[in-house]
Design a protein around this ligand. Sequence first.
Ligand SMILES: [Zn+2]
Ligand SMILES: [Zn+2]
Length: 283
Amino acid sequence: MRIGLHVHVAVGYAKAVEHAKATGATAIQVFSTNPRSYRPSAVDGAALDAFADMRRDAGIETCAIHTPYLINLASPDPKIAQGSLRLLRGDLAVAARGGMQFVNTHLGSYGTRDRGEGFAAICGALEAALADIEPGVFLVLENSAGAGNLAGGRLEELGEFVRTLGHPQLGICLDTAHAWAAGYAIDSKEGVDRFLDEAERLIGLDRILMFHFNDTEVALGASRDRHWHIGEGKIGFEGFRALLARPDLRGKTAILETPGDDADDLRNMQTILAIERGAVATG
Ligand SMILES: [Zn+2]
Ligand SMILES: [Zn+2]
């Protein structure tokens, strides 16, 4: 797999790429703007060109934008729904201009809304975003931890989005910590195989473009979104080993969103890369 990590570009693109390269990353994920603001990022072509050059020089060509956390495509409030769509479109434009392959987004929460209505609202927003998506960019929907009425906690539901929209540039990202919190026991080979067989049947592995590799300390099915260091949580070495041993995932991209500072990033990357080497060597 192409394994990398989420980096903070607020420190500057050069520092962010340098840090990612030092950890052995071959992919990165960034926020294009303040992740807690509704203001779309301005497209700075020259800066994006420079960023693309730095990534190429560092051997980190695969780059995902993670959209802001405020996005709620299921909101019945037209202000929030429109603001969310604007942010999503903004990031798709930045990705197209900056040569980034993926725009990864949360779907939002149905809240007190009827689920069918909320589902239709999300589909409407995604359809609008996909209507003018540029070639080479994929819109990637992330599974949720399933808390409250968050959309996209189940593989069935993610598959329904993919089939309803039927767009070739629509994909899915599976966050391991969210999957665990949503009740998928991916801490063993059997559990991982069951999870991926279900993903194949309900979504299609060809649609699963990205993973977020995060361990977690919450109980299985706890619906709580807490990321923890790789191999130090409930998913553990066995879970990640099983994921990295799957030949059908080799072409995919996995991004770490683990907590802590640069030293923690380095340790987490070294751990996941070591697990991968072992998994590939022994099948
Ligand atoms: Zn996310
Ligand atoms: Zn999370």
